[in-house]
Design a protein around this ligand. Sequence first.
Ligand SMILES: [Zn+2]
Length: 63
Amino acid sequence: MTCAKCEKPLSFNELGLNRKLNANAARLCMRCMAEKLGVSELRLREKIGEYLAAGCMYFVKED
Ligand SMILES: [Zn+2]
């Protein structure tokens, strides 16, 4: 699976973000999604942390 906009390969967590935040649209990488949603990439990383803390199985801890 690659980003519909820039064709970067999507990570597991990026796919999770698409499921959570971008359900009905094309699959996007974190950078393109941040641009589309009008938020910072940092904010999306924080969201991943929040979903992880909530035990959401769409996300894994990254190094
Ligand atoms: Zn992209």
